[in-house]
Design a protein around this ligand. Sequence first.
Ligand SMILES: [Zn+2]
Length: 81
Amino acid sequence: MSGSRRVRAAGPPVSFKAACSDCRARFELDAGALRLVIGGSRRTTFYSFTCPACGASVRKPAGERIVELLTGGGVSTLRSV
Ligand SMILES: [Zn+2]
């Protein structure tokens, strides 16, 4: 990667498709609704969000590709070691 990533003021908002494992609702979340946690192993790397339908806090494993997608989309990332 070269240079810094510029935040586009105007442009389509980035949204991520997600599904609730609790009520099985499907929806799209914007970057601000998601949180990514990167741990030292696959088991501790996950993303979480609050289901807009039932309010459950959902946690899902994040693979390499998802991590790239989320960080690229401006999702706040927490690194836990
Ligand atoms: Zn739900």
